[in-house]
Design a protein around this ligand. Structure first.
Ligand code: GLU
Length: 634
């Protein structure tokens, strides 16, 4: 399920704020959009003075005097251009982008929905599993329904309970205890403009501005207005605004039983600045979403470095070491496989912090390829120092060209992916991979006749296109993120070149979610990890359709037989997977075989998964606890 809800009350016109928020949350995917505002009591003209009647494109409009709704199917900008969503007057409102689960994609089914007796309108994200029973009951009571959605019952239930109690909080409590399924919804009460929201297994964030309040699925809904947010806990109710303009910024949070809930106002991003306004909620998300661009910029960033690196490796006399820390080390593990498989060149990959223990065996005059985003990692610099003492030549693959590492190197290959601020490496990792692929391709020259190596320009374009497709469709990944929210262990299995990606995937999950995660080499399963597999285990299987596919599927079956939940990352569906994260096929992409580039693609959905799982667990993805972006101490 994937859509956005948003509510606003404050000093500004609500409708333009809501439409902007919905636009920023567009990446979540949707099929319809709508906005409702509460008319100011002094009149009913919209900003353009065009209309004065409520609900002009809502069939269910007869009984309402003050709530105006405009909605339709299609993109936010198109529906807005057609119906003038952002021209609705009023300082209180709610908005929605819908991803239909119940009822076709039609104007009538688009949200907001209001009670057939007026008085309250809602936007809802998720599903109400028992809506049929509730609907029958409400119909018996004389309530009418104009849509096929499950959501409309919420508006009528709230109305019924509000009539019974005259109290918003009481109405919310009575309503949520009748709803089954998973939901976040925001309701707007006509009486005094109160917004009320509730959450059960769907996201809800409160934005606290100086003169306004926002209730949204995502901080992106309000990030350009305030960076103060309350991540609303599951099974909590928020009541905001109401009681006229002076009360617009008051809010209270309760649990479903009505007791005051504990909450914290957090700064969404410590380095949130003008440059990033209007973009993403977190640097990490932005950096994940930049990857379809950054991987295309590697050539620009690297300049002559690629050829120079290739020629230095050629003249190395046969001994090449690779080194790095964290994700950069994992990139070297991928490279070790690539150089061997496609270029017939054996390389040894040594963790930078461990290289000191291999100092006695470093061959004099060899080449060391040091990989580091910042170029300031103390462990990497120390590894370089040790290699220098053995008269090695140094190639660095680095994002910051003014760094100490760049300074220490004979050949510098820039990654050119721009500043990476999120502590967990995302775009720097994929750019490092692309740099390494390109150096390898320079060297390969048809050495390994049996291994199919595509033209790298075409290949990188194809993988960037495939990454875009993954980025555009995060819905299933978000669903899985909710699923793994409370698990204690996740394993990631891959074979061959996919094993280092499994290790990198586990690292992302650890860093962002604090869930214990471990990479497993497919062939090692029976040598230990299989003992861990039972019905509490979640195992991500990295399984693109290449030469490793069949064997890895067998591993998945062995794990599944022990009751573990299987999350397949693959271009092929399989009944073995309990969840399937579909990635585009690289084998038949653009008529050529780009399967060699699967590793660059397959890490991206796991970055997204780790990001959303972090949010589910109320962790700050940009600043994992106890970690720093650049570890400049050893
Ligand atoms: N179940 C509701 C509907 O189909 C909401 C779906 C959504 O999350 O957008 O309208």
């Amino acid at each position: 399920m994937c859509c956005s809800i948003i509510g606003y009350c404050g000093d500004d016109g609500a409708a333009p704020v809501l439409v902007r928020g919905l636009k920023r949350m567009e990446y979540r995917g949707y099929d319809s959009v709508g906005v409702a505002t509460l008319l100011p009591t002094d009149g009913a003209k919209d900003r353009d003075g065009r209309h004065d009647k409520a609900n002009e494109n809502d069939d269910n409009n007869d009984n309402c005097t003050k709530i105006m709704i405009r909605k339709g199917t299609g993109k936010v900008s198109d529906v807005n251009a057609e119906f003038g969503l952002d021209a609705l007057p009023g300082k209180v409102g709610i908005g929605h982008t819908r991803w239909a689960s119940h009822g076709k994609v039609t104007n009538v089914n688009a949200h907001p929905h209001q009670s057939s007796r007026g008085g309250v309108a809602i936007v809802h994200n998720g599903i109400i599993a028992n809506f049929e029973v509730l609907r029958r009951d409400l119909e018996n009571d004389g309530y009418l329904f104009c849509s096929d959605t499950d959501s409309e019952v919420i508006a009528n239930l709230l109305h019924r309970h509000y009539v019974q109690t005259g109290d918003v909080k009481e109405s919310m409590m009575r309503t949520v205890c009748m709803l089954e399924g998973e939901y976040a919804f925001v309701a707007m009460f006509e009486d005094d403009g109160t917004l009320a929201a509730a959450r059960l297994h769907q996201p809800l964030v409160l934005g606290v501005g100086n003169d306004d309040l926002f209730i949204s699925s995502d901080v992106l809904g309000f990030i350009e207005y305030t960076d103060e947010a309350v991540y609303v806990q599951d099974r909590n109710i928020v009541i905001a605004g109401g009681g006229g303009a002076t009360a617009a910024t008051t809010y209270e949070i309760f649990d479903f039983e009505g007791s005051a809930a504990e909450y914290e106002v957090t700064k969404v991003s410590k380095e949130f600045g003008d440059a990033y306004r209007g973009d993403y909620a977190h640097f990490t998300l932005r950096e994940i979403y930049e990857q379809n661009q950054t991987m295309l910029k590697v050539n620009e960033g690297a300049g002559n470095g690629l050829e120079e690196a290739a020629s230095l490796i050629r003249s190395s006399g046969g001994t090449v070491y690779l080194t790095g820390s964290g994700s950069s080390y994992n990139a070297t593990l991928v490279a070790k496989y690539l150089f061997s498989h496609y270029a017939g060149i054996g390389m040894e990959s040594i963790m930078s912090s461990e290289l000191q223990f291999a100092a006695n065996s470093i061959r004099r005059g060899a080449v060391l390829v040091a990989v580091s985003q910042s170029g300031e990692s103390a462990d990497v610099l120390n590894a370089v120092k040790i290699a220098r003492n053995a008269d090695c030549r140094i190639i660095s693959i680095v994002n910051v060209l003014t760094s100490s590492l760049a300074h220490e190197s004979d050949v510098v290959v820039g990654m050119g992916c721009g500043p990476e601020i999120g502590v967990a490496a995302t775009k720097s990792f994929t750019s490092q991979l692309v740099v390494l692929y390109r150096i390898m391709a320079e060297l390969a020259g048809g050495v390994a006749a049996d291994a199919l190596l595509p033209d790298m320009d075409d290949g990188v374009k194809a993988v960037a296109g495939a990454v875009s497709q993954v980025l555009e469709n995060p819905a299933e990944i978000q669903r899985i993120a909710r699923e793994i929210r409370d698990v204690s262990d996740i394993y990631v299995l891959g074979r061959g070149v996919h094993y280092p990606i499994a290790v990198e995937a586990a690292l992302k999950i650890k860093e962002l979610t604090y869930i214990h995660a471990e990479g497993i080499a497919g062939g090692e399963l029976k040598h230990g990890p299989l003992a861990l597999m039972d019905s509490s285990a979640y195992v991500i299987i990295i399984n693109p359709f290449d030469s490793t596919y069949e064997e890895t599927l067998t591993s998945a079956r062995e794990i599944g037989a022990r009751g573990a939940k299987i999350i397949g990352v693959s271009d092929r569906a399989s009944d073995v997977y309990d969840y399937w994260i579909e990635v585009p096929s690289m084998s038949a992409s653009a008529g050529a075989d780009f399967a060699a580039l699967y590793p660059v693609l397959e890490i991206v959905p796991i970055q997204i998964l780790a990001y959303y799982a972090a949010l589910e667990r109320d962790k700050d993805p940009d600043y994992p606890r106890n970690l720093a972006k650049s570890v400049t101490v050893r």
